[in-house]
Structure formats: C-alpha cells, structure tokens
Design a protein around this ligand. Sequence first.
Ligand SMILES: [Zn+2]
Length: 295
Amino acid sequence: MTLGHLPRMSPQKIGQLTVHACLDSAGPTRPPEDLLRGLPDDRTDPDWLAPYFSDDGRMLLAYQSFVLRLGDRVIVVDCAVGEDGEFPMRPDWDRKKSNWLAHLGQAGVTPDEVDTVFLTHLHVDHTGWLTRLEGDVWSPTFANARHLTTKVEHDFWLARHQDFPYMGASVRDSVTPVVEAGLFDFVEAGDEVAPGLTVVDLAGHSPGMIGLEYREDGKLLAAFNADLMHHPLQMAFPEVTTLFCADADRASAVRQEKLAEYADAGTIMFCNHFPGESAGLSERDGVGYRFVPTS
Ligand SMILES: [Zn+2]
C-alpha cells in the first residue's frame, strides 16, 4: 500500500534553522486506553484535541522524520517505519510503501546529501528508513551520514530486541546493516551535534532516549522531543505514560519537567507522533498543558 496525500507539517523557519517533515504515515489508530496508561477514568478530553488529534474516539497519530538544514549541515531526525519491512503484528505496516522519500526530495535533499542521522531511540517506528531493500539486501539509505544515538540505546536494543515482539525484524533489517557499515557514533547529553544544536537526555520511554534542543544567543528556540509525548493527551495529563515505556516513572518525570521548561521559554516543540502541524508551543492549561501549533 502506498499512502496518498496526508496532512503534513508546513516547513518551519526558526532563526537560522529550517525544518521539513517527511511523513511516512498518519491516520486514526486506536482508542487512547489501548496505548496510554493512567488516564483518569472520569476525564474530560479537552476540546482542542478535535479535529486534528482525535477522530471518533480514536487517536490520530503520525509516523515521520524531521529534516533540518542549519548552515551547510543536513540532519535527519528519526527514520519512521520505512518501506518493505516485515511486521506481521502490524498489517498496516507490513511490507508497506510510503511517500517519505518524495517528501525528502520536496525538502530539497537527496539521501547522499544527509551528513547526520540523529536517532532519538531505536524503537521500530524510528528506524525504518535507515535502510532500503535492494533485491534481497538491506543497504544503508544515508551512506555518507554519521548515525548518532546513545550507547545505552544501541546496546539495549541490539541485545534485547527479540524479547519485544513489536520490534519485528527492525533491528535485523534496519539497524544492523548500518552498524556493520561502521556508520554509527555514540552521543550523550550535552554533546553539540551542530552549532547551537545539543543533545538532551529524555530517557524513560526508552532506556537511552535523547532529543535535540536548538539555541541562538542563549535562547531555547526549538526542541525535537522524540516520544516525550505520543499524543497530546499526554500534555493535558502529563503523568500518563504508554504501554511501550521502559521506565514509566522516569518517562512521566521528564515529560513534566520539559513541558514546564518549554512553556516558560516559549520553545517550539517538534512532536514526532502529532499529525498535521507537528510543531507547536507548550502552553499551561489548568493542571496540564495544551498544544498550540505554530501554523
Ligand atoms: Zn515512536
């Protein structure tokens, strides 16, 4: 299946940084209770969730990458689900096609021009486009890029992926060929990936999850916050975690800390799994926050 036109984030210009979205898929998925843990039984969902984030009781989710241009640098953040992968547990992903590469082209980028692939974590829905199937061989998509993640994340998933059936064949087909090509480097919190663009620790959802923060003149302008939230309901109810969180308490704590920090600083957050306009502000709203898209 090749997915047709889907709502996609407008290109963003933030200081010297430009950001495009490469969308792999988006649409209605499952009811919140099937993914989220700790939702109040008596909750009232905020009306700002409709129509972009909720459809007839099902969450609207996106799977995508962000392409950053900063000076002469070209950085891909996360690699979505990809094409042709084997996902017997997810029929909608199994051997699917997508328009992701066309979106990369619309951002004015060829795979060979990408100098850095930043992987927030190695979950199956963030590694797909690391490789492409050529004949029956999976080859790195970004042969000229250094691929960055944490050692914790790399070591955990290469050792343990078979304990998690939802990972499918993603480590074998998407991650291992890049490791074997010698294209991986490890980073940690505080490292500068490009001028003004630093690594931030977001561990909790995954054992070594990281994000990126972008500053100019000391001002925190933008944050690429990975799976800090899967769905905006986790802004309204920041304590709510997902069934995929490795350390639920830590995931909840870092989410609350970062939502407060980004609200105070007026930071534009780029949210992988928010469909449509995925970039927006964290704004205080009662005991939680609301998502305010920039466009
Ligand atoms: Zn994810």
